[in-house]
Design a protein around this ligand. Structure first.
Ligand code: C2E
Ligand code: CA
Ligand code: CA
Length: 672
């Protein structure tokens, strides 16, 4: 009991009153012999004395105020009081404090006698305030929530104290995130003393999230592909596992997995825009969904790869059914697409694996991927292929090949052959060579690039390999230049991955400096596809390279996606007409027309044109007549070793092109 407790003072006051009352009784009632007259006064004194000593006074002060007209104090108290109160709380209830600290909810207590509020750190955090700013009243809440919500809170708080009931309210904060009001949930429960009077209100504060929406969102994030709305890889793998398990339990259960890979999707993205590419993916995913049965699982498992699990396809006609589903699916997916007013012809490669052939998730996927890879490698883009035994072995072989290429790069087992490029308007003189890589494999002998370049491209090994090739070609070119063949130009093939390297220009510069080759003796050949990747970056790189004096040639021109409007802005020097157009120029009018068109494009853009793969005289004459005078092909020479190339140079090099020279074709044929 505190010394200056209001109750103690009251008791003393009452006792003092008793004393005064007793002292003045004779004067009040007058002097009389009848002592009975004193009895009521005496009883009153005894009663007062009893009350002053034994009566339990009710609490007074704020409580009364709070109960009749709840005034939630807004004022911020001094810090030390708030801290005292916190300390008090800690001492009183350490466990509670611990809970307060570790909970993700915030806690508060309102002390009825003092009208002070204690806030836990978490509440301050939820409101983006400091503890000091929270103060020891509800002022902070008032200032942070919408006015109408604050009024509801006041009423509920008063009702809670009056009726001694708990309350929970959702209050909208004034602050907004993404244009939406942030909400908090505040609840309180009054605590009463033995007499049932509220002495404290204890409550919590938490941020409000729409649980249903959150769950939906979580599900969406975890299992769906945000772009297309079909399932994602994670869901696909889980579903596949369920089917695999089911097939293990029920031997008659059959299902199939179809993988669909959009061919050259990167080029679509690059030629149009990412948005355009996204729309294409959405349309394709819709098409797959509508072509499958309701119960089949459609997922996007890679940037441009869709997968379908065709559940439960057993039956008498299982194979026929599967075949018709797969055909329908493939036809639907690859039919022309109209996006943003443009019509696009899609090529989609499809691999199908039936669980009879393989029985675990990893094998199903590995085999489906191997089928896809096989489809692409065999030039069968856009086809459908069912898994058949042996593909896995092929895949294993590919992995071994990758390992071997890595080793070969370190052992420097690659060598270059040089195929002459001849100017038929300058006496069939050699104007340059294309450097073509070969792998001198210890087990297999000389391996052609078609057998390892695609794997090197896919695995990224083309980058270190390409670096070696560039250096070898530059060293060779430098030797020839030093021998006096000053205008010779060596063309080096650059893959898209090499071209996209951030330090590509610096790398080329470094190699040129180290080999001391003049940039004018070097030409880089990039395919149309490479040229169309990341157009802006590519143009920038091309400019940097051209400004060094180096030339750029667009390889396999006519096979890719070149848009002529782009080509106009590219600082390229040469177009190389693909062999496939040269092949039939002499006998096929359509090919001839195409070749004429390519030559026309080069001329109108003031670019050099080289025809490659020229094998016979008819082709050569056609090209000569159409004005294409730079020729590369077996007609003149196959790719040569550096020694043979030097011999060729010695025989066919002209310092200055001489117009009047008679074409020395017979000599060229001999050397071929
Ligand atoms: P490409 O760049 O189109 O090279 C031309 C290919 O056509 C060469 O095949 C060449 O030998 C062949 N060729 C030339 N004239 C004729 C002809 O008259 N008839 C026939 N049938 N073929 C002819 P190769 O050397 O097998 O190279 C194939 C492809 O490998 C190249 O096609 C190129 O894409 C790639 N490649 C070759 N060397 C490299 C390299 O160093 N780096 C990169 N990234 N790719 C390379
Ligand atoms: Ca080439
Ligand atoms: Ca080519």
């Amino acid at each position: 009991m505190r010394l200056f407790d209001e109750h103690v003072i009251l008791r003393f006051a009452l006792l003092f009153a008793c004393f005064l009352f007793a002292a003045f009784i004779p004067e009040i009632v007058g002097f009389t012999d009848n002592y009975l007259n004193f009895i009521p006064y005496f009883a009153a004194i005894v009663f007062l004395a009893y009350v002053s000593i034994f009566y339990k006074f009710p609490s007074v002060g704020n409580l009364k105020k709070m109960r009749n007209d709840v005034q939630i104090p807004d004022k911020i108290s001094t810090d030390h009081l708030a801290r005292d109160y916190q300390k008090d709380l800690l001492e009183k209830d350490e466990l509670f404090q611990l809970m307060v600290d570790v909970s993700s909810d915030g806690f508060w207590t309102f002390d009825v006698p003092t009208g002070k509020v204690y806030w836990s750190n978490r509440v301050a955090k939820l409101l983006d305030l400091s503890l000091v700013e929270m103060g020891d009243s509800f002022a902070a809440i008032k200032s942070q929530v919408m006015e109408s919500d604050w009024n509801i809170f006041r009423k509920e708080f008063a009702r809670s104290l009056n009726e001694k009931v708990s309350f929970t309210l959702v209050l909208r904060l004034i602050k907004k995130v993404d244009g939406e009001n942030v909400q908090i949930s505040i609840s309180g429960r009054p605590q009463c003393n033995e007499e049932g009077r509220p002495i404290r209100v204890i409550g919590s504060v938490s941020s409000v999230v729409d649980r249903a929406a959150l769950e939906k969102q979580n599900y969406f994030y975890v299992y769906q592909d945000a772009l297309t709305g079909v399932y994602n890889r994670k869901f696909f793998l889980e579903k596949l596992k369920v089917d695999v398990d089911m097939a293990a339990e029920r031997p008659d259960y059959t299902f199939a997995v179809a993988l669909m890979d959009i061919d050259s999707f990167g080029a679509i993205n690059d030629s149009y825009s990412i948005n355009f590419g996204d729309n294409v993916l959405r349309i394709i995913s819709d098409r797959i969904k509508t072509s499958c049965r309701e119960e089949d699982c459609v997922a996007r498992i890679g940037p441009d790869v869709f997968a379908v699990i065709l559940h439960n396809i057993q039956g008498i006609n299982a194979d026929n059914d599967l075949l018709s589903i797969v055909r329908r699916l493939h036809n639907k997916v690859k039919s022309p697409i109209e996006v943003d007013g443009r019509e696009l012809y899609m090529s989609v490669s499809m691999a199908v694996v039936v669980n009879r052939d393989v029985d675990c998730v990893e094998d199903i996927l590995a085999n489906a991927n191997a089928v896809l890879r096989d489809l692409k490698k065999s030039g069968n883009h856009g086809g459908v292929q069912f898994f058949a035994g042996g593909i896995r072995e092929k895949a294993m072989k590919l992995y071994k090949l990758e390992y071997d290429i890595r080793r070969a790069i370190q052992a420097q087992e690659f060598l270059l052959m040089y195929q002459p490029i001849v100017d038929i308007d300058a006496g069939n003189s050699v104007v340059g060579f294309e450097a073509l890589v070969r792998w001198n494999n210890t087990e297999q002998g000389i391996v052609p690039p078609a057998e390892f370049i695609p794997i090197a491209e896919e695995t990224g090994l083309i980058v270190p390999m390409g670096g070696l090739i560039l250096r070898m070609a530059c060293e060779q070119a430098k030797k020839w230049v030093d021998m006096g063949y000053k205008n010779i130009r060596v063309a080096v093939n650059f893959s898209a991955k090499q071209f996209a390297l951030d330090n590509m220009v610096d790398e080329v510069k470094r190699v040129l400096t180290e080999t001391q080759l003049n940039p004018k003796n070097l030409k880089l050949e990039i395919t149309e596809y490479t040229a169309m990747c990341e157009v802006e970056k590519t143009v920038e790189i091309m400019r940097a390279l051209s400004s060094m004096g180096l030339q750029i040639s667009i390889d396999d021109f006519g096979t890719g996606y070149s848009s002529l409007s782009y080509l106009k802005h590219y600082p390229v020097h040469t177009l190389k007409m693909d062999k496939s157009f040269v092949d039939h120029v002499a006998e096929d009018e359509e090919d001839a027309a195409f070749a004429r068109m390519v030559i026309g494009i080069a001329k109108s853009l003031h670019l050099d044109i080289i025809a490659e793969g020229v094998e016979n005289r008819e082709q050569l004459e056609f090209l000569r007549n159409e004005g294409c005078h730079q020729i590369q092909g077996f007609y003149f020479s196959k790719p040569l070793t550096p020694e043979d190339a030097l011999a060729y140079l010695q025989e066919h090099y002209l310092e200055e092109p001489v117009e009047e020279l008679v074409p020395a074709e017979s000599a060229a044929v001999e050397s071929a």
